[in-house]
Design a protein around this ligand. Structure first.
Ligand code: HPA
Length: 280
């Protein structure tokens, strides 16, 4: 099943039929909010607002492990994540979509893995009998491959939708994940640009890493809400981020609904095999 994570300014998906709101318990504590179990054209999806419905969690305090574990518990194995980002690459304009293909991690204080002996509080009701369970049960140390962190099948599906809808978008982009919650200095953005980053945001990591640790497919739609610090001549505000997300709300809705409809049956990628041979 497909899970959808909404970022800043996206706390629900219009156009999907809500079937149930689900409160999920996890060994990692509380997810950001209740999960919205919904349906569109006969396909079931589960939505979660990353920051909570009332946007109460700043990026560094989001319980990413609980969020991802909750999705796993509900049977989700593919995640479509939607995020607001700052544009670093001069080719990017506010309002553009970027289907990122790489990330660079500059986060500092977040729990980054499921594989660190949490089995002591592991609930048997969460058991699925897969490699995740086997590794956790046996307290294994796991190093997942992230050479190609995003699911190529999901990204290709997004490309097709973007072409069809004729939205201005970029087929690739390196996402620099910063710790936040403060924005960056102009010097930091200059440094990130030299390192090859195209966009900057505060939430992709560890979200994608944890999804991958659960052998899920993951793709991200990034909305450039502002030019990053120093690239913009103006002072940055959260108001402009939220305003741009609202402006793009209808386009995002169309992309998400189309994605739910068009998601392929077969995934001929390696995402679901990432745990094979990954434990010491
Ligand atoms: N920096 C970090 N995160 C962001 C930005 C930014 O400029 N815009 C939206 N999220």
């Amino acid at each position: 099943m497909l899970g959808i994570i909404g970022g800043s300014g996206l706390y629900q998906v219009e156009g999907i039929k809500v079937l149930e709101e689900l409160e999920v318990k996890t060994p990692y504590g509380e997810p950001s909010d209740k999960y919205i179990y919904a349906e569109y054209k006969g396909k079931k999806v589960i939505f979660l607002p990353r920051h909570g419905k009332k946007h109460k969690f700043p990026p560094h305090l989001i319980n990413y492990r609980a969020n991802l574990w909750g999705f796993r518990k509900l049977g989700v194995n593919k995640i479509l994540s939607i995020s607001a980002v700052g544009g670093i690459n001069p080719l990017l304009q506010p309002g553009d979509f970027v289907i990122s293909d790489q990330f660079i991690d500059f986060t500092k204080v977040r729990p980054v893995t499921f594989y660190e002996g949490i089995y002591t509080i592991y609930d048997e009701a969460d058991f699925k009998g897969d490699l995740v369970d086997e590794y956790m049960k046996n307290d294994r140390v796991v190093h997942i491959d992230v050479t190609e962190p995003f699911c190529p099948v999901m990204r290709k599906t997004l490309f097709n939708i973007m072409e069809e809808k004729k939205f201005r978008y970029h087929k690739q982009g390196t996402y620099a994940a910063t710790e936040g919650p403060r924005l960056e200095t102009a010097a930091e953005i200059k440094a990130l640009q030299r390192l090859g980053a195209d966009i900057v945001g505060m939430t992709l990591v560890p979200e994608i890493v944890l999804a991958r640790e659960l052998a899920m497919h993951f793709a991200s739609i990034n909305v450039v809400t502002n030019l990053a610090a120093g690239i913009s001549k103006e002072r940055l505000t959260s108001d402009e981020v939220i305003q741009m997300m609202h402006q793009k709300n209808e386009d995002i809705k169309q992309i998400v609904l189309s994605f739910v409809e068009k998601i392929p049956k077969e995934f001929n990628c390696l995402c679901s095999k990432v745990l094979e041979g990954a434990a010491i």
